[in-house]
Design a protein around this ligand. Structure first.
Ligand code: FUB
Length: 345
């Protein structure tokens, strides 16, 4: 639900009709990346604050400074907040904007992946480690070599390889990397440097990680998202093309790449046969929520599949003050996913 249409919303009524309630309400949280480690659910969200930054289309008002990890014993239990897991002041290379993180585990070590702007105002992706899934995490002194843009999501395949999916347009700066180098020209609008509507849309990226999970083991490769005719989705196909919030999960041996369409506010998915794609557009998983952004993860818990997502209903529609939620998703026999309506309107 885009910001311009919230004036007429009765939030009390809307919250009654919501398919789920915030997992925590003592702070604002967003961009939930959920995993099950040792039979417990861990959620790695952004920690939304109001830092007083002016709103703009490049997302300067998303001025987050730290991460907290949430955990749940079961999908119905109360979420526990484990306090500050990593603060921007403890990341030597990061200046500001601790945006959507993810985490993964290998051999008893936990790895928190996060985007932040460096001191040149360029988004990079960093990693921090801990022996505990809830931190505190110790950041590597530098960002991952060759990393850029935002929204890392790290998927562990059944063969033990780990892949990072990432990218985001507008404030996420993906469009400034079109030549392979960062375009230092100051953008006059969030859509500067984007392809024309009739050109292929900008693509997210994937890179396999090194065995120690601290670096890319290869140059990031673009991920093709195709339409039903095998053509790349176009930049003007705003209801289906990639914007941000990459996620990868595997269901019945198929790879599901899901993402947000940003300015049209859908969470969509595309299906492929291997971690690199190509992925063919499959449909919409979540219709627009209250608030401009939509961002999710998909996680299997005790044989059922769940969408972790956020909306801004707790803050009565303040777009950068969001709350994480969870709802079950349903696969049809053919592997397609039913679309969830976040409110029973
Ligand atoms: O939370 C800041 C940004 O908003 C995320 O990185 C995007 O995916 C969007 O949710």
């Amino acid at each position: 639900m885009p910001e311009e249409s919230i004036d007429h919303i009765d939030f009390k009524d809307l919250n009654r009709k919501a398919i789920s309630q915030p997992l925590v309400s003592h702070m604002y949280t967003a961009d939930p990346s959920a995993h099950v480690f040792n039979n417990k659910i861990y959620i790695y969200p952004s920690h939304d604050i109001d830092a007083g930054e002016a709103f703009d289309d490049l997302g300067s008002h998303f001025a987050m400074e730290d991460y907290h990890v949430l955990s749940m014993d079961t999908i119905d239990s109360t979420a526990e907040d484990h306090g500050v897991a990593l603060h921007v002041d403890d990341v030597p290379w990061a200046k500001c904007q601790m945006w959507a993180p993810d985490a993964n585990e290998k051999d008893g070590m936990y790895y928190l992946y996060f985007p932040a702007k460096d001191y040149d105002d360029i988004f990079r992706i960093g990693v921090a480690t801990s022996k505990s899934p809830v931190g505190p995490f110790i950041a590597q002194p530098k960002p991952i070599k060759g990393s850029f843009s935002i929204d890392p999501a790290v998927f562990k395949d059944d063969d033990g390889n780990y892949y990072m999916y990432f990218g985001g347009i507008w404030g996420g700066q993906l469009q400034r990397w079109r030549t392979g180098k960062f375009n230092p020209d100051q953008p006059e609008s969030p859509t500067a440097f984007l392809p024309e509507d009739n050109e292929p849309a900008l693509l997210p990226f994937v890179a396999k990680l090194t065995d120690d999970l601290l670096e890319f083991s290869e140059k990031p490769k673009p991920i093709e998202i195709l339409d039903e005719n095998g053509n790349l989705l176009l930049a003007g196909d705003n209801d289906r093309r990639f914007f941000e919030a990459a996620w990868l999960h595997k269901y019945n041996e198929k790879y599901y790449f899901s993402y947000s369409t940003g300015d049209t506010h859908f969470i969509c998915y595309a299906v492929g046969d291997n971690p690199y794609g190509p992925f063919t557009y499959g449909g919409c998983i979540l219709n627009p929520v209250v608030g401009w952004t939509s961002h999710h993860s998909i996680c299997e818990v005790e044989g059922k599949w769940y969408l972790f997502y956020h909306d801004s209903s707790l803050s009565n529609g303040v777009t950068h003050l969001r709350s994480v939620k969870v709802a079950e998703i349903t696969y049809r026999e053919d592997g397609s996913i039913e679309t969830l309506d976040p409110y029973r309107l």
